[in-house]
Design a protein around this ligand. Structure first.
Ligand code: NOJ
Ligand code: CA
Length: 556
């Protein structure tokens, strides 16, 4: 079993080569961060204008959701040109400037690479449609003849992850009904054929393109989906062809081994971060072997209910999975695909899973907020790196009353509204002022924000929370500052401490001199160790920690 590396004492100040082992990574959803030109859509100018916020928050790196040229059928996850910035966000020169400016502030940049599929507007797909069946251009995708007498039925029974069939029929250049193509997501996102060497070469080149421009790492979208069942067998629930309903074939690992060689060929190695959404722990860990990806998102933690046993289990399992491959665990509470955790933690059922999003279930904001405050102290004290999703530092909640006509998520449209989708966690950030657009767009903006912001957000702006010691924002700032100054946090030793039932307590560092305590019971509990309270998510009553409250204690 590989030993978990202790962090270097100089982590915060010098950013070691393997910075991703301990980094706090802030996720920017560019459409919703800040709009500099008043068209109601966030852009790179908006990000550049708000780098102060990221620096004051104290994050080590930023991951950008896709900023590439795209028709935006799935908010940029339908890429038409992997080497160009979408004009709605800005230009390549601006992206380069942004990378430079972030580096000047000691903030690393991670770009999103989307290898499973591209856009139907990508020149390769346009060419594939134009050239017709059997062409070399079609072999870059998964085109197949349909079943049934006239090919009128899809080639197999796979369903799109966004709902509806995973196949769309094309027309031949002469207008007659033609072949079908596979899309595990929206029809505007044709899946690429990773058996074709040209696809592999292309993405290796895309990696180099962004690494050469200073990107410090890539987040790999749908990383386990690339290699399909070559026979495209119908999905048999009792005996699926692979552990994942569609894919996760072993051959995908060769792809990541070659990506790893590229990432490691830079004098300052670049990070490979996978979105590996697999329920099977062993198969998940296979992506993190020493010559593959450096880290991957921890969706088990993200979906875990606010319950002591479940949390203890998921923390243990996470460490058990990562230790043998020597990869640092990661921790994440929210992202652009899931309901905001302030809302989730205020519900009767505090779990999340992809099949059951609970949108619209009643929620108690005060309770959710209290738990979210405790949860961030838990998250930032666990070993490894952590991801923050923009707006969680403001305690933003899921917006559940977006009018149907304004909803944009293909998940909503492809399920005929049965699944409300992900728009509610993508509402533009409130920065300042009393009324929308809350400083998201300039005062004289031509358009309203692309999704409406709730009026109640006037007391959740960055401006309103700055300097208020009780605000979520100031808690995040203090927690991140404390983490930076505390070398035992991030990657390194971890040990559970004895504590009453429903209380999580653990120490960090070789001598266990840092302790995190989280009270998940419904009554106050005595801190299990003596020491100085460095930070708490809510007021303590002497040495009593109230329910749904967390504290960081130094035992030195
Ligand atoms: C996962 C991304 O996080 C999600 O937003 C996107 O819709 C799908 N992959 C498809 O690219
Ligand atoms: Ca804009």
């Amino acid at each position: 079993m590989a030993e978990i590396q202790a962090p270097q004492a100089t982590r915060a100040r010098t950013l070691p080569t393997e910075w991703w082992r301990s980094a706090v990574i802030y996720q920017i959803y560019p459409r919703s961060f800040a709009d500099s030109n008043g068209d109601g859509i966030g852009d790179l100018g908006g990000v550049r204008a708000h780098l102060d916020h990221l620096e004051a928050l104290g994050v080590d790196a930023v991951w950008f959701n896709p900023w590439y040229a795209s028709p935006q059928a799935d908010a940029g996850y339908d890429v038409a040109d992997y080497r160009a910035i979408d004009p709605v966000f800005g230009t390549l020169a601006e992206a380069e400037e942004l990378i430079r400016e972030a580096h000047e502030r000691g903030i690393r940049i991670i770009v999103d690479v989307v290898p499973n599929h591209c856009s139907d507007a990508h020149p390769w797909f346009v060419e594939a449609l134009r050239t017709g069946p059997g062409s070399a251009a079609r072999d870059l995708f998964c085109f197949r003849a349909g079943r049934g007498e006239d090919g009128e039925l899809p080639p197999n029974d796979w369903q799109s992850i966004f709902g509806g069939p995973a196949w769309t029929r094309t027309s031949n250049p002469d207008g007659s009904p033609g072949e079908w193509y596979l899309h595990l997501f929206a029809a505007e996102q044709p899946d690429l054929n990773w058996e074709n060497p040209k696809v592999r070469e292309e993405f290796e080149d895309v990696l180099r393109f962004w690494f050469d421009r200073g990107a410090d790492g890539v987040r790999i979208d749908s990383a386990a989906l690339l290699m399909k069942d070559p026979a495209l067998t119908d999905f048999d629930h009792t005996d699926p062809p692979f552990p994942h309903p569609y894919t996760d074939r072993d051959e995908v690992h060769a792809v990541y081994r070659s990506w790893r060689a590229i990432a490691d060929s830079y004098p300052e190695p670049r990070a490979l971060i996978g979105e590996v959404w697999l329920p099977d722990a062993e198969r998940f860990a296979a992506y993190l072997r020493p010559d593959e990806l450096h880290t991957a998102f921890n969706f088990a933690f993200l979906g875990c209910p606010w319950e002591p046993d479940a949390l203890r289990r998921v923390i243990d399992e996470t460490m058990v999975v990562h230790a043998p491959v020597g990869a640092p665990p990661t921790w994440v509470l929210s992202n652009h695909d899931v309901p905001r955790h302030v809302t989730r933690y205020g519900r009767a059922d505090t779990s999340f899973n992809l099949e059951y999003r609970q949108l619209g279930a009643p929620t108690d904001r005060a309770l959710g907020l209290r738990r979210a405050r405790a949860a961030i102290l838990l998250t930032l004290a666990l070993p490894g790196s952590a991801y923050l999703y923009q707006g969680e530092e403001l305690g933003l909640d899921e917006v559940e009353d977006i009018p149907e006509a304004l909803r944009q998520d293909p998940m909503f449209h492809r399920t005929q509204g049965e699944n409300l989708g992900r728009d509610g966690c993508r509402v533009p950030m409130p920065w300042s002022g009393q009324v929308p657009p809350f400083g998201f767009s300039p005062a004289d903006a031509a358009r309203e924000p692309w999704l409406p912001q709730p009026r109640a957000w006037r007391d959740r702006t960055v401006e309103a929370q700055t300097g208020d010691p009780d605000s979520m924002l100031e808690l995040y700032r203090r927690a991140l500052a404390c983490r930076r100054g505390e070398p035992t946090l991030g990657d390194g030793p971890f040990a559970w401490l004895p504590a009453p039932e429903s209380v999580l307590a653990f120490s960090r560092g070789p001598q266990g001199r840092f302790v995190c305590v989280v009270n998940l019971s419904d009554r106050a509990t005595e801190l299990p160790v003596a020491g100085t309270v460095l930070l708490s998510s809510g007021p303590l009553d002497g040495t009593q920690l109230p329910p749904d409250t967390a504290a960081w204690v130094s035992t030195r």
